[in-house]
Every structure is written in structure tokens, then in C-alpha cells.
Write a protein that binds this ligand. Sequence first.
Ligand SMILES: *[C@@H]1O[C@H](CO)[C@@H](O)[C@H](O)[C@H]1NC(C)=O
Length: 372
Amino acid sequence: MGFTMGLNLVLLIAMVATNILSLYHLSSTVQTNKKTPNPPPVPDHLLRQLQSIRATISQLTRLQPSANPSTKATATAIPSDLLLHSRLSPIATACNNHPGLLHRYMNYTPFSMCPHDSDELAESLILRGCHPLPRRRCFSRTPARPTSSLSHNPFLLSLSDQNVLWHKYACKSFNCLIRSNPKLGFDLSVEATRFMTYADELDLPIPQLLQIAKAANSVLRLGLDIGGGTGTFAARMKMYNVTVLTTTMNLGAPYNEATALRGLVPLHVPLQQRLPVFDGVVDLVRCGHAVNRWIPVTVLEFLLFDVDRVLRGGGYLWLDHFFSKGADLEKLYAPLIGKLGYKKVKWATASKSNSKNGDVYLTALLQKPVSR
Ligand SMILES: *[C@@H]1O[C@H](CO)[C@@H](O)[C@H](O)[C@H]1NC(C)=O
């Protein structure tokens, strides 16, 4: 809201400044017609101010997301959801673009229970780039009979259904999710082997990752897993005493709840948002499957530079199975990644076996320069 007010103020100033200039212009024209010598010149500082105001406005207008992303999505056959999630969101303007949703979200009775659709609304707004959301004074709903036996072990045999509010999902249990697709990350017996095996050159097992870091005299203590699903990377790293935060959204399933049930920190943060950690504080950032060619290149560039911001000097960026078209990888993505100026510790590509459109995978481990 503060930004919107700021923008309005800028626009107002721009309007006033433009009008003053027109007045100057008009009065000088009138005066010239009357053949008055030496019309008063427009002061330089006013011109400079106007120029910078115009530049700011055109910058803001360019960053403004297009009004209707779904039409663009159908034209290029990109799933509209994916496009939606990866849109570049300039500071809070997205809230203004969705006043209906925001109004519904803020329509509640203070000091009582929050409305039933609260978290769906929140997720919808966040995915549309409206984040952070305004605070509210209502009580969020909790499951009726939660289990008290919460485990420290992130590789439990099963997650407790009782600790999740299921009303907003098609599935009403973790077993249902596992049956619908064992690869979603809810089948913890499947998850138990992830990041530990080496099937081909695209894999980077965690013991090998730790070995590489150790050999380079680089300690891994803190990490960030972008688009980390149910937190399995964080789970495995926890076994090595490395603390990893997982950004994850609840797209059709309770990913945040599952991550938390495993004793790991879920960050409810979409791909297009500035990472909620300070500059230079983490040792490792992993970008999983969620980061791929569906993301518009400009958005990806912002994302990579934000990753650079949070990594400490000497820290690692791990692009894990990044997929794109082969030609794009060569012409677009490799140069984009190259802009970071990181050392290529590992760079492996391979064609995606079941791909109809010539997709390739890239797994890269890159090390940020120790200082710059
Ligand atoms: C993790 O930390 C615990 C407690 O300090 C220690 O006992 C354990 O050996 C550590 N595990 C690894 C893999 O370093």
C-alpha cells in the first residue's frame, strides 16, 4: 500500500511538473507572439526533475505485469498456472491488480475465527505476486484432533493425517496423495532414497556434495532449497547437521504442512519473491525442478541474482535437473548462468528421455567467488 501511495505521489508530482512546464511553454509562446524579447528560460533543475520522473514512470510501467496472463499462456501453450507463478512481481502492485481477492481476504470479523477459505485466498494472492499480505486480527483454524506425538525424524514411515486441514484439497489423506502420484513427495519410503544414489551424471548425491565442499575447505551449515516440495533435501541435510530452509507452495496438496510435520522449516514463498533472508548468509542454495524453462528468462535472471545476493562468498549454487530445450540451454540459459561469474564445479547435461520437444537436463554445481 505504501508503494502504491508512493507511486500515486510520483504520478501527482509528474502531473504537476508537466503542467508547470506547459504553463511555462504556453506563456513563453504567448510572449513570443507579443514579440517580447527573451522569454524566461525553463530552469534546468525543473527539466532534470521532470526527466527523472518520466524515467521512473516508464520503468514502473514496463515492470507492470500484463493485465491478462492467461491469454498469453494459451497462445504459447504454457500451462497458465506455471506462468502465473513465475511472473515478475514489482513491489506490491500485484495487490492492486487483484482488488477482489484482496477484498475477500480482508473481509473478516476481527477477534473471531478466520473465514474458511482464508488459506486458499492467501495462497492465490501470494501466487499472483501480492506478498507480503496485510496482517489480520482473526484466529486461523486448526485441525480438530491433532496428534501430540510429533517426531524429530524427517523420514517417518508416514505422516499423520490428523494434523492437516483437508477441506481445500481433493485428497483427504496422505495415502490418497501417495496413491494419486508417488512422486509428489508424500511417500516417505520413496523420499528416503532421494539425493543418496547416483544413477547418471545428472545426479549429485549429498555425500559427494559434502565431499566437494570439504575438499574446497568450504563449510556447509545453512542452505536454502527453492521449490523444495515436502522438504526432502532439507530432511537429508538435517542428517548431516546442515540446516536447510525450504520454500514451498501448497499447490493442490499440503506441502507446507508435510514439511513442518517432518520437523523442517517450510517458507511459504513463491518463486518470484525476493528470498526472505539477508545478503550473504547462506552456504548453499539448491534450485530443484520448480526452477526450469517455464519461468520467463527475465524472471529467472532476477531469481539467479537474488540467489547470488543471499549466498556468502564461496557458497554454492546447485541447479538440480534444470530442464530446457537444448538450443535454449546453449544460447540462453548457459550465458545467463555465466553472468554470475561462478566457478563450474560440476556441469552435466543429458537429454530428457521421455521428452517430445527435445528437452535437456542440466545439473550444475557452481561456486560463488570468495570475494568481489
Ligand atoms: C550431528 O551432530 C550431532 C550432535 O552434535 C553429532 O552427534 C553427530 O555425529 C553429527 N552428525 C554428523 C553426520 O555430523
